[in-house]
Ligand binder design. Structure first.
Ligand code: COA
Length: 247
């Protein structure tokens, strides 16, 4: 069963999240290898803080974004270029990475991976399926979420925690990003939708980590795996980065 408007929820939420100029002023393009810090050995991440003007899309990928506006084309091409670079580091040739029916990147057989992009930032992470079962990565500008978005994205226990949490970081944004990373790892494994209200994230501040408790029944064959869902977060350079992986 679909929980809320599966097709439109993210677009609606994103349209309500305006990133403030103040948040973007903390950005410096020199920072590198942030995503890598969140990931264990065996997962290769490649990131860029600008667009790769030389990135060329293979025709199969170009067709999939033929109606996209210029900025979307550039972020898509740059993230794909990051993905091909990451693939080459684990021994794969530069193949097209098409989009599946639910938007998921279709990796070569035997590979798992994830892609993210937001203002100024694009990244891809990949690993061999023999070592890693699933990866989800996400990047967001480190800024407060509008309250209406918090109420849509967070379950009651997360809202209660936000009210108690220190105000040193925008924990609401960290929760949002963590949940998007969860979905990117979850979907390719389960082929099921997971709404924001269908998982609870518990942040372990001192460890820069979080644990995930799915609030839906799990496919029997994946029960053990999915109850181990956890991830890590970093706030750097004006951005929140999160990563979820299952080994
Ligand atoms: C799919 C989703 C997570 C993408 O996040 P986003 O912040 O909008 O965008 P990002 O730039 O970080 O990520 C986009 C990339 O996610 C990947 N992606 C899209 N759909 C995906 C899916 N079903 N499974 C895995 N990855 C997916 C794609 O690679 C996409 O980039 P591309 O189109 O250039 O290939 C988001 O749009 C969404 O639908 N969220 C609702 C579901 C959710 O988050 N539930 C929370 C569960 S606790």
């Amino acid at each position: 069963m679909k929980s809320r408007d599966e097709a439109g929820i993210s677009a609606v939420l994103q349209s309500r999240i305006a990133n403030s100029d103040a948040a973007l002023r903390r950005y410096s393009p020199e920072t590198t290898h942030v995503m890598e810090e969140l990931l264990p050995p065996g997962i290769v991440a490649v990131e860029r803080w600008d667009d790769d003007e030389s990135a060329v899309l293979p025709p199969e990928e170009r067709v999939q974004v033929s109606s996209a506006i210029e900025s979307r084309l550039r972020e898509f091409a740059t993230a794909r270029s990051c993905a091909r670079q990451a693939l080459s580091e684990i021994g794969f040739p530069p193949v097209p990475i098409l989009r599946g029916s639910k938007g998921e990147p279709l990796w070569p057989a035997g590979v798992v991976g994830s892609i993210t992009h937001c203002t100024h930032y694009r990244a891809a992470a990949v690993a061999m399926q023999t070592q890693v079962k699933a990866i989800g990565i996400d990047a967001e500008i480190h800024d407060a979420l509008p309250m209406e978005v918090v109420n849509t994205v967070c379950v009651a226990e997360e809202i209660a925690w936000l009210q108690r949490a220190s105000d040193c970081l925008h924990w609401d944004r960290i929760l949002f990003s963590a949940k998007e990373s969860v979905y990117k790892a979850w979907f390719p494994l389960t082929r099921r939708w997971l709404g924001f209200e269908q998982a609870a994230v518990r942040v372990e501040e001192a460890k820069n980590a979080f644990r995930v408790r799915p609030l839906v029944s799990l496919p029997v064959e994946l029960e053990q795996t999915l109850t181990r869902l956890s991830g890590r977060f970093l706030v750097r350079n004006g951005f929140v980065m999160t990563a979820v992986y299952l080994t």
